[in-house]
Write a protein that binds this ligand. Sequence first.
Ligand SMILES: [Zn+2]
Length: 336
Amino acid sequence: MSDNHGSLPLNGVSRRTAIAVVGGSALFIAAGRVAGRATDAAGRGTGHRSAMPAPGSTHKVEPVAHAVPGSEARLTVFPVTTTRAAVLASGITAPTAEVTTASGTSLATAQVHSGTALLTFAVPAGSAASYVLGNGQHRQNFTVSTTPADFNDSLWRVCNKAIALPSSYVPSGLTASTGHLMRAETASAYEAMADAARSAGITLGITSGYRSYADQASTFSSWSQTLGQQDAEHESAMAGHSEHQLGLAIDVQQASGVCTLNTCFGSTTAGEWVAANAHRFGFIVRYQPGRQNITGYDYEPWHVRYLGTELAADYQARGFHCLETYFGLPAAPDYI
Ligand SMILES: [Zn+2]
């Protein structure tokens, strides 16, 4: 897991911070409240500008007028594309939450669902910037970095037919789990999921983990030679467009091998268990039936994408079936 949450006393007030760590370094620091005169009871900004925190450090925090002790949100923040980020704010008692620029311009508002809100908003490509999350009772600063390294290693980075990965991209910290490479977060989550499945009498296995750009290129090329490019696109992703290159996607199977990489896996006991439980371990079944017009992929009940337990739980709780829809991104049914 790369989402670390904790509490620490600061300025005599206990507060929570959320630090998203990617590739072993803290990229986004969600901490703090801006000065009391900069907020009103509705949490709207009145022009206060806060300083950018240095990477890896905590932010200067000052108490806020109208703040209700213990009501600050727990924030997890990642870019999802080069120009869009998402913040998951949880532990909120207010009915709505808002993201503003540091100078108070509103970027996004969202309803709070079971104490949690997901807000997505435009960010500048290739740089870091500071934002404010207001939940009606607190205002908290956080930063988002979309430098290429930070964006590509983002746990929430979207990779689809419209948004590719660079040919040179190899995820940080690849590790092996049951003989397949994947990011360390994916490996530990998969192992926890496999343990839980075993307790339910189901033996899961992996057919595919990390897939390099070169492997994608040769697989697509061989399908193209056999079927022609148009039909090959239904069988295999063009190089740079596979979530497997992120190290955050795995194809799972049951030990018997029945229905491996086949839609009938979704109707097996193992497939039904994965669909019902993957979110508990931070995964979503990425390509659901009836979403081909958005994802460009047929139903793949075996392909799970790691997003972290908090985001996957929110996605599941809100009944989403498509990551593009959840993040407010355009449909990507075709290569562009
Ligand atoms: Zn897959």
